[in-house]
Write a protein that binds this ligand. Structure first.
Ligand SMILES: Cc1cc2nc3c(=O)[nH]c(=O)nc-3n(C[C@H](O)[C@H](O)[C@H](O)COP(=O)(O)OP(=O)(O)OC[C@H]3O[C@@H](n4cnc5c(N)ncnc54)[C@H](O)[C@@H]3O)c2cc1C
Length: 406
């Protein structure tokens, strides 16, 4: 049996958040092993994950601090303004940052670009051992440390186990951590739309009772990422529409605002749900990203929350190791739990409330929503609050999210 030298941290899941964590740890001299059963070549396929992510400006600063910005910048489009509409009425509320002083609200990047960039950087980083494809078979975790045997017989060991395997995290299940979860009975239809008019770096969030319809500006001016939330029961029919019929339905929501439309690639669909782990640490264990929480994509915050987990956990561990503590030390894990527990819960609760508020049918509910939108539009302090949320700048920020090294 091959014995791989002991590392400080074992991260199960080399997705967006797992790779970001490994890179952040490496910058502070904390070693890690990343384990993922997926085929590394599959993420390069053009058909892999047709989604794009709204990367908040604070996450973007973390990319800069981790040396990733040059890999992503050529493929990214800034979000310079967000316009909100309701039931066909457009421009009811607009978020317009001071671009010269504060920069854009975030950047749109295809998930495939993010996955490849993060994975390649992790593979090349000193102090990171990437085992992919590799499947964990047995996992032992106790006061002495973490020991894992992989399906191919190799054995790895470390001081701390991190579950970063996404929403169905086997690590979270094995630790018997309770999870609050519910399904929205909605499906997100996701794809890329080309349009004849320039989007001018504006993101549109159009709320309809059937679900929000979001258009996010992609690079080049004439392409937007579509995230169209529809009732679960309607999704199969929507996905079998001819491209022409689908575009006609989309245009009914957009009312010609971006000119003539065409599909830039295949559509995909994702069932939407909410989940939140009751706690994110256990003996020599921490959860990050979707393994810890999953929210509706209405506010484009899911992976940003995960990156915040990675930045906070890296800061806690690096500082602890510098003080001579073991990376699996219970006090360090408690600090991570306290730091992230409240932030993720408040963003999750706000997103869930928004999803429900904008899903209530009827004219009375619509009037209440417009009243709320009107108030936010007229009160600068409220607008600034929402813009800080979109930028991922609220709460106690880990240093990496301010663009500083740990
Ligand atoms: C339609 C839609 C649109 C979205 N848009 C946005 C957006 O605009 N902005 C935003 O911030 N977020 C968005 N999100 C959320 C975002 O996609 C997720 O939060 C993000 O992918 C979570 O990253 P992760 O690394 O935690 O998990 P994942 O990306 O799911 O990665 C998990 C990794 O773990 C691996 N794995 C699985 N099982 C095991 C195992 N047993 N052992 C080891 N590894 C394993 C997998 O192969 C994978 O590589 C959206 C989500 C949806 C559904």
């Amino acid at each position: 049996m091959t014995e791989i030298p002991r590392h400080d941290v074992i991260i199960l899941g080399a997705g967006l958040v797992g790779c970001a964590l490994a890179l952040a740890l490496a910058k502070g001299g904390v070693t890690s092993i990343l384990v993922d059963p997926a085929d590394p070549q599959a993420i390069r396929a053009a058909t892999n994950d047709g989604r794009a992510s709204a990367v908040s400006s604070s996450t973007w600063r973390m990319f800069d601090a981790l040396g990733l910005e040059p890999a992503f910048a050529p493929h990214a489009s800034p979000i310079e303004r967000i316009e909100v509409g309701e039931q066909g009425a457009r421009g009811l509320l607009a978020f317009q940052p001071d671009l010269a002083n504060d920069g854009p609200l975030g950047m749109m990047v295809e998930n495939r670009t993010l996955r490849m960039g993060l994975r390649d950087a992790a593979a090349a980083a000193e102090g990171v051992t990437l085992l992919m494809p590799a499947t964990p078979q047995t996992v032992e975790r106790d006061a002495d440390g973490v020991r894992i045997t992989l399906a191919d017989g190799r054995r790895i060991a470390g001081a701390l186990l991190v579950g970063a395997e996404g929403r169905r995290s086997p690590t979270r299940e094995a630790a018997r951590i309770a999870v609050a979860r519910w399904e929205y009975r909605h499906v997100a239809i996701v794809g890329m739309l080309d349009h004849s008019e320039d989007h001018r770096n504006v993101a549109h969030e159009l709320f309809y009772t059937a679900g929000p319809f979001a258009l996010l500006p992609m690079q080049g001016g004439h392409r937007s990422a579509l995230v169209w939330t529809v009732a679960e029961a309607d999704a199969p029919a929507m996905l079998t529409l001819s491209p022409r019929a689908f575009l006609a339905e989309a245009d009914k929501r957009m009312k010609g605002m971006l000119g003539t439309l065409s599909l830039a690639g295949p559509l995909s669909s994702y069932p939407l749900g909410f989940h939140h782990a009751a706690h994110i640490t256990d003996e020599r264990l921490a959860l990050v990203g979707d393994a810890a929480h999953g929210i509706h994509p209405i506010a484009g915050q899911g992976v940003n929350l995960g990156f915040r987990d990675a930045a906070a956990l890296a800061e806690v561990l690096i500082e602890g190791v510098r003080l001579g503590l073991d990376p699996g030390d219970a006090q360090l894990l408690q600090r991570y739990e306290r730091w992230r527990g409240l932030d993720t819960f408040s963003v999750a609760a706000a997103t869930d409330g928004l999803t429900r508020l904008f899903g209530v049918p009827g004219r009375a509910a619509s009037r209440v929503r417009r009243l709320g939108i009107g108030i936010v539009e007229r009160v600068p302090a409220l607008k600034d609050f929402f813009m800080a949320e979109a930028r991922g700048e609220s709460g106690a920020l880990p240093r990496l999210l301010s663009g500083q090294a740990i």
